[in-house]
Design a protein around this ligand. Structure first.
Ligand code: GLV
Ligand code: GLV
Length: 322
């Protein structure tokens, strides 16, 4: 029987499937394995299921000589050094598709919460500060309906976000390096137009060295003072220190953030701002979607260790070199 590592607590239904086929070393906990422990447990493994907080780098790969497949239980895979895996003939897979709609829902949850200050208002009510009803001043928000939605990075999740905007009679603009021919509900614009005209700017690009601080002080300075920035993609795409300065100086209206640089240890200056809504990287976190992601990752792992091409193989070059 082939040996696999499952790096984190996972649905019992998925573990049962894996147990039927493999010898499973199960780290049945919510805390990540420290890199030395991860390395030690990979020494005799043929495959692994890993999470976005597990770093699979050249150092760990070097001490996992039998590893054939790394199945990431996420669509993003910036936690994995894919070229290093390819060089070591390790297949890398992710879970695209199954989380698009759920992640788009979360973008809308943060967008609307930020526009109407839902979380700050909830806190105000709980703190017993609601002494008199106000017609204006404290709780004036931004209209979502009829506004301009800007999407930076129009992939499948971006398109699911754009589709939802139709019900709010929004104008939807987007920017990708190359305009997409198959985008129905949005118009391609230059990046500077996107920043200048969006009332709500949604970041939906994967993290890589090329997208590091794609949104920094210069980009934030182009935005409307009433605009809201929403990031459910990856920390590091936005320069958090620059964003904090822009929020503090009311250079933009607000932000809804699910991902951060250095998470979970985010910049504490966020906590002092009343115009930011913070969630703990839960974009795909519904029961149905997390189950679908785990099953998809299991499918990839099982295919790879049965000599088949996994459905979501990220480095097909390994097949020809094998
Ligand atoms: C979540 O962040 C994912 O990449 O699936
Ligand atoms: C990202 O994975 C996207 O599809 O936008």
């Amino acid at each position: 029987m082939k040996k696999i590592l499952v790096s984190r607590h996972l649905f019992p239904e998925v573990i049962e499937r894996l147990h039927a086929l493999f010898e499973v070393d199960y780290h049945d906990a919510n805390d990540a394995l420290a890199p030395p422990d991860l390395a030690a447990r990979l020494a005799d493994k043929d495959g692994m299921m890993l999470m976005l907080t597990d770093k699979l780098d050249a150092q760990i790969i070097a001490v996992a000589p039998k590893l054939e497949v790394a199945s990431n239980v996420a669509v993003g895979y910036n936690n994995i050094d894919v070229p290093a895996c390819t060089a070591a003939s390790i297949m890398v897979t992710n879970t695209p598709g199954v989380l698009n709609e759920t992640t788009a829902d979360m973008v809308w949850a943060l967008l609307m919460a930020s526009a109407r200050r839902v979380v700050a208002a909830d806190k105000w009510v709980r703190d017993g500060q609601w002494q008199s009803w106000q017609f204006m001043d404290r709780w004036l928000g931004q209209d979502v309906h009829g506004a301009t939605l800007g999407i930076l990075g129009m992939g499948r999740i971006g398109q699911a976000i754009a589709k939802r905007a139709q019900g709010f009679d929004m104008r939807v603009i987007y920017h990708n390096r190359t305009p997409q021919s198959d985008v129905k509900d949005a118009t391609w614009v230059q990046k500077n137009i996107l920043f200048a005209e969006a009332d709500f700017l949604v970041v939906m690009v994967p993290y890589s060295p090329a997208t590091h601080h794609l949104i920094g002080a210069a980009e934030l300075a182009q935005m409307k003072p009433t605009a809201h920035l929403i990031n459910v993609a990856r920390g590091g795409v936005v320069d958090d220190a620059a964003l904090i300065a822009a929020l503090k100086n009311r250079q933009i209206g607000g932000a809804g953030l699910d991902v951060f640089e250095g998470e979970p240890a985010l910049n504490p200056a966020f906590f002092d701002l009343d115009n930011v809504t913070l969630t703990p990287h839960i974009g795909s976190s519904t029961r149905a979607t997390r189950m679908a992601m785990a099953m998809c990752a299991a499918d990839n792992l099982i295919a790879a260790l049965s000599g088949q091409t996994p459905p979501n193989l990220l480095n097909p070059e390994v097949m020809s070199s094998a």
